[in-house]
Design a protein around this ligand. Sequence first.
Ligand SMILES: [Zn+2]
Length: 259
Amino acid sequence: MKKSLLVIGWFALAIIAPFALAAAVPQGSLLDGVKPGPDGKIDLVTIFPHEDDELNAAGTFMKLKKEDPRVRTHIVCFTLGELSSAKETLNLTPEFQGKIRTKELEAAATVIGVDSLIQLQYHDQGLPKVPPEELRNKVLEVIEKTGAEVVITYGPDGMTGHMDHMTLSKAVAEAFPKSAAQKLYYAAMPKEYCPLVKAINKTGCTAATMCVDIKAEMKLKKLAWYEHATQKFFSGPIHSPDFEFLREDECFNLAASKP
Ligand SMILES: [Zn+2]
């Protein structure tokens, strides 16, 4: 599919998504069935390739930290994000864009209120070229470093079909059984959207098994999104500060669970 059609498809989905009801998906919590670690804390980590992917769980992270003092949250970002289309709009070199996006993620992480942010130095669109064993080991390393009980990444389809999303999803799914983490969740779509998602990305769709109501966190989530200004205002065909697409819930698929 032409890139422009792909972009238009995602924008169509973005416009429809906030108005559709995910009534069929039960509300839940990422903490369901999770036992605290030896320190009495429950650590959750998002493991994604790009600056702004963490927004998939930003509202949930804010909500959980408010509700449960045992919760600690962590963001791991694997690449520098230097190849986003904003670099053409802004006439940036990939290196400079990478530097800006790293700072944008730091600002977003401050808004989300995470306990740690780990920025790795892999290249945007470069994860498929990394030896799979190296990637798995790196995933294991960050799960251990954060002490995560709960791990969140994209599903095998990568949600948008981005190769970095799909490659990292595979590495996380393979590393998870070897880690001490208890639950693996994929960022997911209510299944009503799956026909449209599949038509756009051609790689499939991860359907949600539960959603988290983040109405109370929407304003701060929006602020976190605004911190990614290169992506919010200078990437894609529509650069409108008033363009809304954030849903009032975040949905996940329980991909693996240990007893
Ligand atoms: Zn991404």
